[in-house]
Ligand binder design. Structure first.
Ligand SMILES: [Zn+2]
Ligand SMILES: [Zn+2]
Length: 430
């Protein structure tokens, strides 16, 4: 085994040096020097073009570049974390895309929307949101999805599904009513200036106590059932389509509802919170608090292993931990592996699973750091809704008409023509 590895390395090194030699010296007969000695050029010639012929499918998913097959589901971790605020990890958020063109968001935790943005796919992909419960790490970026997603080009209102609570004011509908109240100034400031029909949320609140179908359209069935997490209200979900099944725990301690309802899943995404030692040593929790929270509100990795062992999904996935970029994933994995030996991933942000009846492929997403909004259609602003600033504010604008005139003169003539035709005279330089 050792000597085979050794030979492989020489050949690989040879190819790399060969490419350099061909480019720089154009002398195919020159000796090839590698860190392991000189290689015979005859063994290292390659007929492949190193740029255009990879020889296998790419090992990453270039966001937005692959159409799904008729029987294919793609699951992307847009957030794998907890409420801790980290630049390298968003709170819980899962995108499920289907071969029939439908797509669904499960949880919309704080910080996840930049990961949506970097996919650079139409924002109508992110219109159906299923919230497991009303902790900030599971719905904290809903305000950003409402306002920012509208800005990015969403053409239809958001639809949000979420559980009721012990009392009406603890349910999803009440939370969203207050969220919309919080955005009243923003909404009024934009009305009359921009099309606003998609700046809205349709809420579907359902009874958290029931095991039931909460969505049934276009061959896609989403079920909900109670989760056991802190107090009444939280739920878990499954999505079934075309013989494939995705199950998602949200936050919960391991429970019988999940073991029953997540049976026969192709992919099970279950929370695994950091091991108790990590809570004490890395996150400065008193041991007694670490024990109580870890066991009463969440699922320790070895317990998640027990859940996976019962369900035996084609792919088990853990999330809901603090990714320290070092050893946190290994610690989580070691805990699960004490119990469970089947197919398994510890999620990190922008991990992607492609699932067909025959195969499951795990990769990372490659996307961009810069994304622009997309056109939203031909809807015009409703001018009757325009609210202007008071005159005493307006008259304090700095006089910049000379600069504006210069900007206008230097614009593309087609843009200038349209501006001069459509903008009211009092908003143009004299
Ligand atoms: Zn959580
Ligand atoms: Zn929670």
């Amino acid at each position: 085994m050792r000597s085979r590895m050794h030979r492989k390395w020489i050949v690989l090194s040879g190819i790399i040096v060969c490419v350099i030699n061909l480019n720089l010296t154009a002398d195919p007969d020159a000796n090839l020097r590698t860190p392991l000695g000189i290689v015979d050029p005859a063994n290292s010639n390659s007929s492949h073009n190193p740029i255009t012929e990879l020889g296998h499918e790419r090992s990453f998913y270039l966001a937005g570049s692959e159409e799904l097959g008729e029987n294919e589901m793609r699951v992307i971790a847009l957030g794998s974390g907890m409420p801790q605020i980290q630049r390298n990890q968003a709170s819980a958020c899962w995108l499920v895309e289907l071969g029939n063109g439908d797509s669904f968001i499960f949880d919309i935790g704080s910080g996840c929307t930049p990961n949506m943005s970097m996919l650079e796919i139409p924002w109508d992909t992110f219109t159906k949101v299923f919230i497991t419960h009303l902790h900030s790490d599971h719905f904290g970026d809903l305000p950003t999805l409402l306002a920012g997603g509208w800005q990015m080009g969403r053409s239809v209102p958001l639809e949000v599904w979420g559980p009721s609570g012990l009392t009406p004011e603890l349910g999803t509908e009440a939370a969203i009513e207050h969220l919309l109240g919080m955005f009243r100034w923003e909404f009024v400031s934009k009305s009359g200036r921009a099309p606003m029909s998609s700046y809205a949320i349709k809420v579907h609140e359902f009874d958290y106590t029931k095991e039931q179908v909460v969505y049934d359209r276009n061959g896609v069935v989403i079920r909900s059932w109670p989760a056991v997490h802190v107090m009444d209200g939280p739920v878990s979900y499954s999505l079934e389509w075309n013989g494939l099944k995705f199950s998602y725990s949200g936050d919960t301690t391991a429970n019988n509802f999940f073991l029953e309802n997540a049976k026969n899943s192709d992919i099970v995404v279950h929370e695994c919170s950091d091991p108790i030692e990590v809570l004490i040593e890395s996150r400065s929790w008193p041991p007694e608090a670490a024990w109580m929270i870890a066991t009463s509100a969440h699922t320790q990795p070895a317990i998640a292993g027990q859940v996976f062992n019962v369900l035996k999904p084609r792919m088990a996935v853990c999330f809901h931990y603090v990714d320290n970029g070092l050893d946190s994933r290994q610690k989580l994995s070691a805990g699960v592996r004490e119990i469970y030996q089947g197919p398994f991933s510890v999620a990190e942000d922008l991990m992607v699973w492609n699932i067909t009846p025959e195969t499951i492929r795990v990769r990372k997403v490659i996307g961009g750091n810069y994304a622009f909004s997309l056109p939203r259609g031909n809807e015009l602003p409703d001018k009757s809704k325009l609210v202007r600033a008071s005159d005493w504010l307006e008259k304090e604008r700095m006089d910049a008409s000379e600069v504006y005139r210069h900007v206008l003169e230097n614009l593309d003539p087609a843009y200038r023509k349209q501006i001069l035709e459509k903008v009211p005279k009092n908003m143009l330089p004299e």
